[in-house]
Design a protein. Structure first.
Length: 145
């Protein structure tokens, strides 16, 4: 298992926690110097907060850890392509690299504007894509019943 797969598997564990709490199963971790410094999973229902996305919570956690609003030299791993709100937070936090699992064709930032995350940020999609997508599909299938 390579490094990206390892950290994505950690984000997937957090997504599973969201799933257990009937939240959309998305998890995220922020890594700096080979250490997880921030993590989060969707908690919009639990916190009654539309902004409580996995990425937002992971960025907030990492910023607190570093005592800085900037996350230069950090990588954000998230199980689903970030939405426009999260993409903007990634930009403002100056995250160096973003790795995501499943694509979000309906609400992903690329559907709205790929420029929300600047070109200097390295983007890598599709890491553990099948596992990330399967968890999401299972959740929405259960929700529709």
């Amino acid at each position: 298992m390579n490094t990206d797969q390892y950290y994505m598997s950690r984000a997937l564990m957090l997504a599973a926690l969201a799933d257990e709490e009937n939240e959309v199963p998305v998890g995220a971790v922020v890594v700096c110097n080979d250490q997880i410094i921030g993590k989060g999973y969707n908690q919009t229902q639990q916190l009654e907060d539309a902004t409580a996305h996995a990425e937002m919570l992971a960025i907030t956690s990492a910023s607190a850890f570093l005592h800085s609003r900037h996350l230069q030299k950090c990588t954000l791993y998230v199980t689903l392509e970030p939405c426009p709100m999260c993409a903007s937070a990634i930009n403002w936090a100056q995250v160096e690299r973003v790795v995501y699992g499943a694509e979000d064709e309906k609400r992903g930032y690329r559907s709205f504007s790929p420029k929300l995350i600047p070109p200097k940020v390295e983007i890598k999609g599709g890491v553990l894509h099948q596992e990330c997508e399967a968890l999401l599909m299972s959740f929405f299938k259960r929700l529709r019943k």
